[in-house]
Design a binder for this molecule. Sequence first.
Ligand code: F0G
Length: 373
Amino acid sequence: MTTMRRRGVIENYRAYLPVTDATPVITLSEGDTPLVPAPRLGAWLGLPPGVRVLLKLEGMNPTGSFKDRGMTLAISKACEAGAKAVICASTGNTSAAAAAYAARAGLACIVLIPHGAIALGKLSQALIHGAHVLAIDGNFDEALCLVRAIADDPRRPIALVNSVNPFRLEGQKTAAFEIVDALGDAPDYHALPVGNAGNITAYWKGFVEYQAAGRASRTPRLLGFQAWGAAPLVDGAPVARPETVATAIRIGNPASWAGAIRARDASGGLIDKVADDEILAAYQALARAEGVFVEPACAAPLAGLKMLAARGYFSGAAATSATITVTMTGHGLKDPDRAIATVPGVLRQVPATREAVQAALDGMTAMATEAVS
Ligand code: F0G
């Protein structure tokens, strides 16, 4: 494994990817992200003691989300094909990754985002990397329709780098490879948030290909979770006005709809939905119990696991010491406004005197003692 450090996903998994010696490798050393045990979170989720939870921290990628895995492929292949510009629609993370990888490749980058509905950190990334950012008075689904139409126009050769670009999914499947490489086999269950549904499609592809290559003896059940107000795959119909605090997955008509259903059914898993207040409770619980700070979308699968555990879904799994891996798709610093709004009243201003600080600490010590008992 020592030879696999920090070379980026194309070099790490070249044999499994559609690249040749002629493909220029545009990389920021993405991938190779940690898979960390989360025992205290497991207890909070109400999982039976025999069930182990591990978090795949995709926020540790160079631009802070899993999108870097797909973007290294998409941008490298766009360069190979001679593209001079790329375009995408985004709820934020795709635009951050596209902007960064395009900058590294010397390509122009155009991004369409829903006005007022992307997290601050993501917007700052697209802007500082020099992307042309257009905020539309519409949602992600409308933005995706627009960029597809523009990329289809033969008079303007602009490569589309949303996950409808198959190279994106090829790159993203490497996260499944890394999980199998870390565990020595596939987990029993893999949970993740679902928005445009590219990632669940890519994970399934990765797990199936690794099993076919003899690197895993089995495939996991995939457990996908959407937010209540943006759950087209669960409700069985597109949602015209998707709403959720988890802006990354505020999507009403996923492009990889069929891929997600296939992944769900072929894996023997499920796709379900969780409420915004459950998402925010899991978001805060993870940060407090494990020291792991993620963006709200990542808490959807955690809220989902809590719901399934309460239903007894894992009661049989305890006997077999089942392993559940969960993708934490994006870093908490992507959305600092949400973190601050989630813990109101905690930040206190005190005079700069020993007495004032001591008095405040005395109050805190009392609270801490209560919290522990
Ligand atoms: N989690 C995060 C943090 C995301 O940014 C996204 C998607 C998802 C989960 C869902 O993944 O779309 O493959 O089902 N973000 C896209 C974007 C839509 O534009 O950044 P998916």
